[in-house]
Write a protein that binds this ligand. Structure first.
Ligand SMILES: NC(=O)c1ccc[n+]([C@@H]2O[C@H](COP(=O)([O-])OP(=O)(O)OC[C@H]3O[C@@H](n4cnc5c(N)ncnc54)[C@H](O)[C@@H]3O)[C@@H](O)[C@H]2O)c1
Ligand SMILES: O=C[C@H](O)CS(=O)(=O)O
Length: 474
């Protein structure tokens, strides 16, 4: 079993007296352990990132870009090994893990390119002897906190734009899936990214992050995780008025009109719902199908769900892997029982799989309504509840009646209907006949309690800059 260290100021260190075990969700076995660091190491990392900023921020953009290109090359070289590490610690099927590595690496490539295009502007003055200049510069030391469900992409989606803008980074990955993060940082070190520019700590999250949120030298917090923790961190950073990006929870509605290509819609639901065993922030969490096609849709969806291969992610034909831990299984059972008690009908699934590890059968519920937990609270697992609707006005009201506003999906062949509903949905991402919208060149993020700020695209780079206006009188 591999023993991992943390990376501070270009050195691999382990000052901890305790270790954190990393568990394979497919078997329940230990696959590695990492240091349990805390306040002391968190304080040391801030000092090193602050010192490294003095050089990295003022390095020319082409040179920063070159470092990112080299990191991209090394991630591509080691993609298979990184994918295997990810499946061992997170459980997702190996093909999904490999796809995530390439997706994660697409952010490194995108921001290697964008690093050279952080253009400023000059503004025509209203007097004869002035030049008005606007430039964008690195915000400074960035604290990046990431979740367990995408152990690579959630990291590069933050670290790549931060480095491109000239920031230095303090990274704390989830204690459930730290190994992929540590291997990505090994490759950043191999790419020659100077010491202190990226620092990664594992340990007691609250302790480490509180040091970073309290320290005035940290000028930006970027957090991906639950809405509850995001709210806590928002309060903490208020004391030092840090810039902040929050990528939080979701509860995606999937709306199917009766003119939709039904087979495509069914495949879209399956792809969106059961990717990462339903453990993604933009997974379909509830389906609204127009009442005239509900029975046909349900039958097609049941057949497709019952074909899904559930198993260990290392098996090449596995389509749905385990959930991350026992708590996730317990939450599935809670949402299932709650729905059944309130009148839902179980069509397929609704049980744990009798094998080692944290497996839950892909589950389809019908006759659901908004009193049920699965229709309002983030499921983050392989349960899909289906409800019906009659009109667009009705389904828009239902879809928008949520504290979340991250992703929504609409399947229809009627262009006017598609554009009208897209304008009315209160969501940061709308998939129109598309269940897989995420890509590095587009801004990813949500409305309401799904967060603030964007990751990816031009917007993703601007999250790591300050705007400076220079008024030149001559
Ligand atoms: N919007 C997005 O882009 C996006 C992407 C992935 C996941 N998510 C959301 O993340 C959640 C699942 O991830 P999770 O279980 O890792 O979330 P989480 O909030 O439990 O943990 C996220 C990170 O915060 C750390 N953390 C937890 N409690 C903390 C505290 N009190 N102080 C400081 N740090 C703390 C964790 O160690 C982890 O690194 C879901 O709600 C999902 O929707 C959102
Ligand atoms: O879980 C959240 C991720 O952001 C989903 S995606 O990989 O970006 O689609």
């Amino acid at each position: 079993m591999e023993v991992y260290k943390n990376y501070i100021n270009g050195q691999w260190i382990d000052h901890s007296k305790e270790q954190i075990d990393v568990i394979n969700p497919a078997t329940g076995e230990k696959v590695g352990h990492v240091p349990r660091h805390g306040k002391t190491e968190a304080t040391i990392t801030v000092e090193h990132a602050h010192q490294a900023l003095k050089t990295w921020k003022f390095m020319n953009a082409k040179q920063r870009s070159a470092y990112l290109y080299q990191w991209h090359t090394l991630i591509k070289r080691d993609a298979e090994q990184l994918a295997r590490t990810m499946t061992l610690e997170q459980g997702k099927p190996i093909q999904e893990a490999l796809a995530e590595i390439h997706y994660a690496n697409s952010y490194v490539l995108w921001y290697a390119e964008e690093a050279k295009r952080l253009y400023g502007q000059t503004i025509p003055a209203s007097v004869d002897d002035k030049k008005l200049i606007v430039q964008y510069e690195a915000v400074g030391v960035v604290a990046a906190i990431t979740p367990w469900n995408f152990p690579a992409a959630m990291i590069t989606r933050k670290v790549a734009p931060a480095l491109a803008a000239g920031c230095t980074v303090l990274l704390k990955p989830s204690e459930l899936t730290p190994l992929t993060a540590l291997k990505l940082v090994e490759l950043a070190d191999e790419a020659g990214i100077p010491k202190g520019v990226i620092n990664v700590l594992t340990g007691t999250s609250r302790e480490i992050v509180k040091v970073w949120t309290d320290d005035a030298r940290v000028r930006k917090l970027t957090f991906t995780g639950s809405t509850a923790v995001g709210k806590t961190l928002m309060r903490d950073i208020a004391q030092t008025v840090k810039k902040v990006s929050l990528e939080l929870g979701g509860h995606a509605p999937f709306i199917i009109f009766d003119d939709a290509q039904l087979e495509k819609a069914v495949e879209g639901v399956v792809q969106s719902k059961f990717r990462n065993a339903g453990q993604t922030c933009i997974c379909t969490n509830r389906v609204y199908v127009q009442h005239t096609i509900a029975e046909k849709f349900t039958n097609l969806l049941r057949e497709r769900i019952e074909q899904l291969k559930v198993g260990n992610g290392l098996e090449s034909d596995t389509e749905v892997g385990p959930l991350i831990n026992q708590s996730a299984i317990d939450w599935m059972q809670h949402q299932l029982e709650d729905a059944l008690e309130k009148g839902a009908q179980l069509v397929t699934g609704g049980k744990t799989m009798q094998r080692e590890g944290f497996y839950y059968a892909p589950t389809l519920l019908i006759h659901t309504d908004d009193t049920m937990s699965c229709m309002t609270e983030e499921t983050f697992g392989p349960i899909i509840p289906v409800a019906t609707f009659e009109t667009m006005d009705e389904v828009v009201e239902k879809a928008n009646d949520s504290i979340y506003g991250l992703a929504a999906y609409v399947y229809t062949q009627n262009l006017s209907q598609a554009i009208t509903i897209s304008d009315r949905l209160e969501y940061g991402i709308v998939g129109l006949n598309d269940s897989q919208p995420s890509t590095a060149q587009a801004p990813f993020g949500g409305f309401k309690e799904s967060g603030m700020g964007r990751e990816g695209g031009k917007e993703g780079l601007m999250e790591y800059v300050e705007t400076k206006y220079i008024s030149l009188q001559y």
